[in-house]
Design a protein around this ligand. Structure first.
Ligand code: ADP
Ligand code: MG
Length: 690
């Protein structure tokens, strides 16, 4: 051929040039890692083109195939068994001129080789070049992965694995197995040879694409394990959750080379999880609404109860105030009438008749005082005047009155404990309470029965005391029991409430037991109801034992000494109410005392300073101008610690008076008071020097 070309170089130069280019080509062949050979088809004993001979090869060929010294050797020499297969494959390349690429395992060399064959020149040249690329690493990874997949599949139960993929990052080839291809409706053949990444991403749910891209980018960047969940559209056109699990292999330079992985169907798992989450959320919501509903119902109930209580209270208050107004009007009419008559008799000069009217007016005032006392008691604002007292004595003193109150159909029995301890109580209030209990008992026994009044000493241990809401210790009990109707637990629960009554309008005020309870509590004790429906009731008042000096216990219901005072005694009366002050001053002057006056605390302190001879301070508790009676007493007692003090109070300023527990030498007198009561108290406080 060379001969036909125009000679431009000398033959020697030409040969030199050819030799040089061969050397260069050889050097190039040797430099590349891939194996390389050129085969030339020859006619053999089996017919035309029935064999080929290796005309050139580089050292990479030997490395990859394990076949030595292949140049000059025929195919049928080295591979007699597989010759037909190879001839067919390469013969096809020669005939069509199309490049063929496939993988081949060379067992002898322990390698997987990707083979690509390309025709050299026209068909008549009969030559094909073959390139051998080592893909052993990739192949082994694939095999290991397949094994892993099988293992995972076994572990997870069949069906969880959708398919596998291999992404040759370097070659930018994304191939998938049949499972993968069929799940997404790809042509399996195409899947094997390589899908475009766009095809694959197209199946991903639009909302999940950005997340997936980020996860892949992250995995490629750092190498190693990769796992990501996202939704993909399957063949049926619906989206399902899957999890991609893979591994990015990095090349020596740190760039990603291979990225194989497996797709796992997590739709079922996610459905179960979602179901569970939904159930939990529902339960939680249910719980919340339940709580809310309970709260609402409770609030509504409380409101209803409160409203009911309020309306009952209002009804009772209306009833009570109506009754009170009526009573007070009667009393006022009595007082007013008496005064009217006294005036007339005085004008007539019929002085002898005055006494009767004065007595009438005084009786009316006493009734009014009793009425206000009741009001104060239920509001638990009464001022108690406790003294060391003997309960047995009080009970026996009340016996006749009780008998008359309950009537002949009821027999009254008193069981007085021997050696009964002393109590420290307001006697008048205790009498009131006892009478209240007896009247309740009477009301519970309309057809007659038996009423028992019993006193006892009680030594309460922690448990017994706790049951009654008290401190452990020594107590006295005063119990009134009847054989009457008894009370339902419901009634027992509310009986102490002010205004609670089961009696018809006009008969019950609902204040009796509330007074008893308030009084007992104020006295350091308590009251309790024990009742059985249809059998009877016992109500007990518990009072703390009084352990005081023997001498302080004095009979309360003693005979009054006629109040005659000593002119030697000086008394300071402090009250801002001129009328009350005037009455007190006149009563005391009548009794022969020397009396000084003041209208508030400040002026009282001045008078005290100017008159060290003062023997007794009588003061209203509620005083104007910033100093109350109690503060006045305290101020005065700094100079005169032993000075007796008598407080006068219209209603119970219990807090001011230390809840009825006063220091020695201090007493309380409740307004309105009779002149005689004032005289008696003053006599007690300033002593018997008359
Ligand atoms: P009142 O006697 O005005 O109704 P109380 O406070 O004294 O008010 O009593 C409240 C309620 O307790 C009475 O209406 C009655 O239902 C019940 N109760 C009180 N004592 C007895 C008793 N000894 N037996 C049965 N029920 C009683
Ligand atoms: Mg009553």
């Amino acid at each position: 051929m060379l001969n036909n070309e125009p000679v431009t170089l000398s033959r020697a130069a030409l040969e030199e040039e050819v030799a040089l280019s061969r050397v260069r080509r050889q050097a190039l062949f040797e430099a590349i890692d891939d194996g390389f050979c050129i085969i030339e088809f020859i006619d053999g004993p089996h017919g035309p083109l029935s064999d080929y001979v290796h005309v050139e090869a580089n050292s990479g060929y030997e490395r990859h195939t394990g076949i030595r010294g292949v140049v000059g050797k025929r195919l049928r020499e080295i591979e007699p068994d597989h010759a037909d297969t190879w001839l067919q494959v390469y013969g096809e390349v020669l005939r069509t001129g199309q490049t063929v690429r496939f993988e081949q395992e060379f067992v002898a060399a322990g390698r997987y080789i990707e083979v690509s064959a390309t025709r050299v020149g026209p068909e008549e040249m009969r030559q094909v070049s073959v390139l051998f690329r080592d893909v052993t690493v990739r192949k082994k990874t694939e095999i290991a992965l397949r094994e892993n997949v099988q293992r995972v599949q076994l572990a997870m139960g069949a069906g969880a694995i959708i398919g596998t993929w291999i992404w040759d990052v370097k070659a930018d080839q994304f191939s998938v197995d049949e499972g993968f291809a069929s799940a997404f409706g790809f042509d399996p053949e195409k899947g094997r040879s390589g899908l475009s990444l766009e095809d694959v991403i197209e199946t991903v749910h639009p909302d999940d694409r950005a997340g997936l891209a980020a996860a892949i980018k992250d995995a490629l960047g750092r190498g190693g394990a990769y796992a990501h969940q996202y939704r993909t559209r399957r063949r049926d056109g619906l989206y399902y959750w899957l999890e991609a699990n893979g591994r990015v292999e990095l090349a020596a330079d740190g760039s990603p080379s291979q990225f194989p992985g497996v797709l796992i169907d997590v739709e079922g798992r996610r459905a179960v999880e979602a179901e569970r989450d939904r159930a939990i959320a529902e339960l939680r919501a249910l719980n919340e609404t339940l709580e809310q509903r309970v709260d609402e119902r409770t609030a509504a109930l409380l409101n209803a109860e409160e409203a009911l209580r309020q309306s009952q209270k209002m009804e009772a208050v209306g009833q009570l105030t109506g009754g009170l107004a009526h009573d007070f009007n009667n009393i006022l009419a009595g007082i007013g009438g008496s005064l009217e008559l006294m005036k007339i008799r005085l004008a007539q000069g019929r002085i002898g008749d005055i006494d009767r009217h004065v007595n009438g007016a005084q009786a009316a005032v006493k009734r009014a005082a009793a009425l206000t006392q009741r009001l104060l008691a239920f509001s638990r604002r009464q001022t108690l005047d406790p003294r060391p007292s003997n309960l047995n004595q009080i009970v026996s003193g009340m016996h006749d009155l009780i008998g008359r109150s309950v009537g002949p159909a009821i027999s009254v029995e008193t069981v007085a404990a021997g050696g009964l301890w002393s109590a420290f109580v307001d006697v008048g209030q205790l009498e009131n309470s006892l009478l209240n209990l007896c009247i309740n008992a009477r009301d519970a026994m309309p057809d007659g029965g038996k009423l028992t009044i019993e006193t006892a000493n009680r030594w309460m241990d922690d448990r017994a005391a706790m049951q009654r809401g008290l401190q452990a210790g020594q107590y006295l009990s005063l119990c009134v029991s009847d054989t009457g109707t008894g009370m339902s637990p419901d009634v027992v629960a509310r009986a102490f409430d002010p205004f609670f009554t089961t009696k018809p309008t006009g008969q019950g005020t609902g204040l009796g037991l509330s007074m008893v309870y308030g009084f007992a509590g104020q006295s350091g004790g308590t009251a309790r109801i024990y009742s059985e429906l249809g059998r009877g009731t016992m109500v007990c008042i518990y009072l703390p034992r009084y352990v005081g000096e023997e001498g302080t216990e004095e009979p309360v219901l003693r005979e009054d000494p006629s109040p005659t005072a000593s002119g030697l005694k000086t008394i300071l009366v402090v009250d801002d109410e001129p009328l009350v002050r005037m009455v007190a001053v006149e009563v005391l002057q009548d009794l022969g005392y020397h009396v000084l006056e003041a209208e508030d605390g400040a002026s009282a302190v001045k008078v005290m300073g100017a008159h060290p001879e003062i023997d007794l301070l009588i003061t209203d508790v509620g005083l104007p101008n910033g100093m109350n009676g109690r503060q006045l007493a305290d101020a005065v007692r700094v100079q005169r610690p032993e000075l007796p003090v008598l407080f006068i109070t219209g209603y119970a300023e219990n807090a001011v008076l230390n809840h009825g527990h006063l220091e020695r030498g201090m007493q309380v007198l409740t307004k309105p008071f009779a002149a005689e009561a004032l005289g008696r108290r003053v006599g007690e406080l300033v002593g018997g020097e008359r």
